[in-house]
Design a protein around this ligand. Structure first.
Ligand SMILES: Nc1ncnc2c1ncn2[C@@H]1O[C@H](COP(=O)(O)OP(=O)(O)OP(=O)(O)O)[C@@H](O)[C@H]1O
Ligand code: SF4
Length: 290
């Protein structure tokens, strides 16, 4: 865990951060950014100080999800200042994304160095987060240069681990398996698998219908001997909430607080917070079953 002991080589920017959690997915479009967003919202609503770092350099979608598009970030002697997401409930929520540093044509306007690995290094070293309970890192899909760079940059920070996101269909592909194997290679503990888009919540009667097969995420977690964290249904109210944020007045944090997704996600986060995810993995490991 970062922040507890003085480790030589640890970037100054991470020294006051207690936990670092990465969100990974084997394929694009499975809801990784939505899971990152909901992880951050849930932790914030539980009173934690949360930072979100978007290292999806080719498609940074978090500024739009948090209703923070077109915000300017500025730099002082301590580094880049993340954008604060307003909320009247819970703790603090800060956001840093390459999206804040691109012009309208998608060109980097202020970040030094065009290479992805250089950008990720600067994202890790040059952002002035201050004190945080949790830093959630949204990554691009698959196992790309960005993943290798982030693993390299976090080697001193001992992240808590990674949440793997899949869909009921996604688990059938090799991509998600590759993602778990990648975590093992770089020593990221797999905190668990989340099955997103698992059933559909009807906007009229709030019933959940399994429009695709269900249970693949659980089977995958069992196969790899990692914890299963839960199912998140397709809920059209989530997209509505994102669209409802008017300017910077109505915060996603406050909108999310009263949603059914917050109830579902709280159960998922309870497993991560209580360490149940890790404990289950240890208890179920074949080496520990006497
Ligand atoms: N459980 C859900 N209920 C409703 N809509 C969802 C859900 N999960 C994701 N979505 C919607 O699906 C779309 C894709 O989700 P998201 O951007 O989170 O995927 P991603 O895996 O991060 O994609 P990318 O590969 O582009 O980074 C978004 O419009 C998002 O709002
Ligand atoms: S689940 Fe029921 S209420 Fe919802 S659309 Fe279908 S039939 Fe209508």
């Amino acid at each position: 865990m970062s922040g507890e002991t003085e480790i030589s080589g640890m970037p100054e920017s991470l020294k006051d951060i207690k936990h670092i959690v990465l969100v990974l997915s084997g394929k694009g479009g499975v809801g990784k950014s939505s899971v990152t967003t909901q992880t951050a919202l849930t932790l914030c609503l539980k009173g934690f100080r949360v930072g979100v770092l978007d290292i999806d350099l080719t498609g940074p979608s978090l500024p739009r999800m948090f209703g923070m598009e077109k915000r300017q970030v500025y730099q002082d002697s301590k580094g880049w200042k993340p954008v604060s997401v307003p909320s009247t409930s819970g703790g603090e929520l800060k956001l840093m994304s390459l999206g804040f540093l691109l012009d309208d044509r998608g060109n980097s306007i202020v970040w030094r160095g065009p290479k992805k690995s250089a950008m990720i290094k600067q994202f890790i070293k040059d952002v002035d987060w201050g004190e945080l309970d949790y830093l959630i890192i949204d990554t691009p899909p698959g196992t790309s240069d960005e993943h290798i760079s982030i693993a390299e940059e976090l080697r001193w920070a001992a992240p808590d681990g990674a949440i793997i996101v899949t869909t009921p269909q996604g688990v059938a592909t090799a991509d998600v398996r590759k993602e778990i194997n990648f975590c093992r290679k770089v020593n990221f503990e797999v905190l668990g698998v989340v099955e997103n888009m698992s059933g559909f919540i009807c906007p009229y009667c709030a019933e959940c219908t399994d429009i695709f097969s269900k249970g693949g995420g659980y089977q995958l977690a069992t196969e790899f001997d990692v914890p299963f964290l839960g199912n998140i249904p397709i809920d059209p109210t989530f997209v509505e909430m994102i669209e409802k944020q008017t300017g910077y007045d109505k915060s996603l944090v406050d909108l999310y607080k009263d949603s059914g997704l917050y109830v579902i996600f709280s159960q998922i986060m309870e497993k991560v917070l209580s360490g149940e995810a890790g404990k289950v993995a240890i208890a179920e490991h074949p080496a520990n079953s006497a």
